[in-house]
Write a protein that binds this ligand. Sequence first.
Ligand code: C5P
Length: 309
Amino acid sequence: MTTAPIVPAPVTVRVPAKVNLELLVGPRRDDGYHHLATVFHAVSLYDDVTVSVADEWGVSVSGPLAAGVPLDGKNIAIRAARLLASRYDVDPVQVDIRKGIPVAGGMAGGSADAAATLVGLDHLFDLGLGREELEEVGAELGSDVPFLVAGGTAVGSGRGELLAPVLARGTYHWVFALGEGGLSTPAVYAECDRLRGDEDVPEPVANPALMAALRSGDPHELAPQLANDLQDAAISLRPALGDVLASGMEFGALGGIVSGSGPTVAFLVEDNEAGIDLAVALTASGAVRDVRRASGPVHGAHVLQRRVD
Ligand code: C5P
């Protein structure tokens, strides 16, 4: 008697978004990337990514924020799966993404899906890859992917892919104002270069005052240390972001910053209740169309459930 081959049960991985508490952009490198000193912080906005064995490679995207995600070979989750398949002997998979992270919003939603896919395939096929190996493969897909595998709070150097953990106490509460449509990350970096002209740009170094603030666990100490060198470029391309920042501060945020390359704007608030108040005020004023509340730090990509049929 022959037995049918055992097909592994689908694996669902939950992966967070990130905000850069500090994003210092150094000189442009020969490969076109920029030297960075950044502090990544994982926050509780999530994509859920389910990987299952299939006859051919496929991807689907669902949820209220699904619009604008490519469904062909350009999708970074499918690229992640194929990259892993080129290194290990794995079957084609179907990747189903439920998006809770804004698309092209400066919160690494695409990189998050790539990180989740790598973690998912590792479990689906019992590859036994360590976190270091997953981060190394992830770095080939995008500068933010290793951090979405790691999660927590971490300093990123190189082009953002070289990580070192940061000692951060406490939980920070955030309100995110979602932009109308996305911003292209390469376009924002190019605008940053254009605004700088031939100005001499030093090698960036993470700010010790920010590290001290993170050790304190006090959002009042963290707020004045938030910094983003891409903020002026994002506002230059999308001037309304300046008004969103001003509104959030007026309505009581402790600090406000464009998230990564934007157009999401991140507001740090005192606690959960202050977050609710700010979210209501921003929405009621009409200053922003859509807001999300979240807290950080949270874990990186992790297996949520393994369905047993
Ligand atoms: O690494 P990732 O694919 O996410 O980067 C997207 C784009 O952002 C790059 O093509 C580049 O234009 C810009 N970038 C950069 N310097 C970095 C990271 C990203 O110029 N350190």
